[in-house]
Design a protein around this ligand. Structure first.
Ligand SMILES: Cc1ncc(COP(=O)(O)O)c(C=O)c1O
Length: 372
């Protein structure tokens, strides 16, 4: 086993320090140009991001949560509508549905921690207008099954792709399947900025025009005339400049994350008590980018404490609760499969500051815990 060390779950200073010189130069350049709001760096980033994803339109916005709300509104979702989402997600998914005026309807979670299309089918009513799958942990949901359901019932798909930049299903990227989608550039995301940031996507020109209006006070971007109600939902030009720089190296980052996932797989796959995420193979329909490495273990809290005693940081996404378990928000559903899954989930360290020895150490402590 690699020698004893501290492996924090996430190293926030590293987001800046690992390329301090380049980022400082970008800051100086943007500052000296006074290019703060809706400037060239943002336009460049949007163009490069759309190209990278294979989508017609990408638009930088204030954060992923605002982006989800924009995408719902642009698709005409509102009062009296229902939107089905996976209960194992961040509250932002459901909150965006709530703030659109629609009712969030939580669905069950599958073995791979994605929305269960079979359960989605049972939740459809005359009020259902959309399905909002979360492309969780850097993996796509089964978009073929979801698309079929959407087609059969005349529903929109709007993706919560906050954790999914670069993940593909049958060669198509997260964020490009639905009529709209949103992504997050929160600093801990695989493509993170130095603060809050996000993007919305679409292949539909009308949706794009609507995004533009919502983002900038309802002003027509060509004439400046106010033609609709809008807000200030813009991505800072400075953040766009940082992101544009980072996007160039993004394929290398994905490669490294898949390599780390491969190491976890190799060192832990023989432990029956742990359920690992799908391995980083190239053979099936999924290409995962490992935003997170989420495993399931029976005595999760005890395992977490054992890792902590040995200097290893972990995180339990959203407190180990499905959204439907947040009863104070008015949810009354019971989703046994999701409840079982979230009672066992724990994220092991997965980020670019980790060395191979760090991963080996985390795996060594895990093996010790399971007496392997
Ligand atoms: C699944 C999911 N949805 C939505 C969001 C919201 O993104 P943001 O924090 O940029 O508002 C996040 C990230 O924080 C997320 O992980």
């Amino acid at each position: 086993m690699a020698e004893a060390r501290k492996v924090p779950f996430f190293n926030y200073p590293f987001v800046y320090t690992h390329e301090e010189k380049e980022l400082t130069e970008i800051f100086q350049d943007v500052g000296r140009r006074g290019a703060f709001i809706l400037q060239q760096d943002l336009r460049d980033f949007e163009k490069n991001l759309a190209e990278f994803m294979g989508v017609k339109f990408a638009l930088g916005v204030s954060n992923g949560t605002d982006g989800l709300l924009m995408a719902l509104r642009a698709a005409g979702i509102g009062q009296g509508d229902e939107v089905i989402f996976c209960s194992h997600t961040f509250i932002a998914t459901a909150a965006a549905i709530h703030y659109s005026g629609a009712t969030p309807i939580p669905a069950e979670t599958n073995e791979d921690h994605q929305i269960d299309p079979e359960h989605v089918k049972t939740l459809i009513t005359s009020k259902t207008k959309a399905i909002m799958p979360t492309q969780l942990n850097g993996r796509c949901s089964n978009m073929e099954a979801l698309q079929k359901i959407a087609d059969d019932h005349g529903l929109h798909i709007i993706e919560d792709a906050a954790q999914g930049l670069g993940a593909t299903f049958k060669g198509k990227m997260a964020g490009t399947f639905g009529i709209g989608a949103a992504m997050s550039f929160y600093p801990a995301k695989v493509l993170g900025c130095l603060g809050d940031g996000g993007a919305v996507f679409t292949n539909d020109e009308n949706i794009y025009e609507n995004y533009l209006l919502q983002r900038d006070h309802g002003r027509d971007h060509k004439t400046g005339e106010v033609v609709a109600w809008g807000l200030n939902l813009r991505l800072d030009n400075l953040q766009a400049a940082f992101l544009n720089h980072r996007l160039k190296k993004y394929p290398e980052v994905i490669k490294r994350r898949r390599e780390m996932a491969g190491m976890y797989q190799e060192f832990l796959e023989d432990i029956e008590e742990i359920v690992l995420p799908p391995a980083p193979t190239e053979e099936d329909d999924y290409f995962d980018i490992y935003q997170n490495y989420e495993v399931r273990v029976p005595n999760r809290d005890e395992y977490k404490a054992f890792l902590a005693e040995h200097g290893v940081g972990t995180l339990i996404q959203w407190g180990g609760q499905g959204i439907h378990q947040m009863k104070k928000l008015g949810f009354t559903q019971s989703l046994p499969k999701t409840e079982d899954i979230v009672s066992k989930i724990i994220l092991l360290p997965m980020n670019m500051s980790l060395s191979n020895d760090d991963i080996e150490y985390v795996c060594g402590i895990t093996r010790k815990y399971f007496k392997k």
